[in-house]
Ligand binder design. Structure first.
Ligand code: ATP
Length: 224
């Protein structure tokens, strides 16, 4: 997965990033451009400049669609549908067998919730459902916008277990928590629509907690 000078007016100022494999955490303050970058890579937004490739295809090319899972920050799920119907819709759209649905539901611990309408699920339960629908079938590239924001510790562990079970491909995910960022193979720091640093977590965050206060100041200081 590669981005070259990817730009969206007022939101992303030319980001280049190449990820050949592994888990890459996108960190940065609110408004840094994480969601914009993920939406551009997923083909949900058109860039004003630059280009991206998912396994060689532009994100809006129909051949790129089955190659990626995209979870937006606020996924839209119809409230009147039952959880199983949401998963069934995803399964059919992806042309997968029944076992893929059961596996995805199991990964996110949804077995007891499948009969429930989406409108009656809690925020974290909805997030687990959206993740199960998005990741079902394990496409090679995962583009996930704050996938764990609404999850309780158990849900977070379930999600990370799924990520860690992924043997091949790319996981690019926006995060806000330093403890989770340490689980990534690499981190990319965005600020003001630009990539300001990239590297392995132990270099970016520092061993132990040493570099974290410095990073917090650089990334999260309030604008003057
Ligand atoms: N639809 C939009 N039209 C114009 N500008 C937008 C739109 N959505 C977001 N922005 C602006 O683009 C910039 C980047 O926003 P983006 O949502 O990509 O940031 P983010 O890093 O994902 O933030 P957060 O951590 O709050 O989710 C912000 O300044 C935001 O105000």
């Amino acid at each position: 997965m590669a981005a070259q000078g990817l730009r969206k007016a007022g939101r992303l100022l030319g980001v280049s990033l190449e990820v050949r494999g592994g888990v890459v955490g996108l960190l940065g303050p609110n408004g840094a451009g994480k969601s914009t970058l993920l939406a551009l890579l997923a083909g949900r937004l058109r860039p004003d400049g630059g280009e991206a490739r998912l396994l060689g295809y532009p994100p809006r090319d129909p051949r790129a669609l089955p190659l990626r899972a995209y979870l937006p920050q606020s996924p839209r799920l119809f409230p009147h549908l039952k959880a199983r119907e949401v998963l069934e819709g995803a399964r059919r759209a992806k042309g997968l067998g029944r076992e893929a649905l059961e596996e995805a539901a199991g990964r996110m611990g949804l077995e007891g919730l499948l009969h429930r309408p989406v409108g009656l699920l809690s925020g974290g339960q909805r997030q687990r459902l959206a993740l199960a629908a998005a990741l079902m079938g394990d496409p090679p590239i995962w583009l996930l916008d704050e996938p764990t924001a609404a999850l309780d510790p158990r849900g977070r562990e379930r999600f990370w277990a799924w990520v860690e079970a992924k043997r091949e491909g790319v996981v690019l995910l926006a995060l806000h928590h330093v403890e989770e960022a340490r689980r990534a193979d690499r981190l990319a720091l965005l600020r003001g629509g630009q990539l300001v640093e990239e590297g392995p977590p132990e270099l970016v965050l520092g061993p132990g907690d040493e570099r974290v206060p410095w990073l917090m100041e650089v990334l999260y200081e309030e604008p003057a």
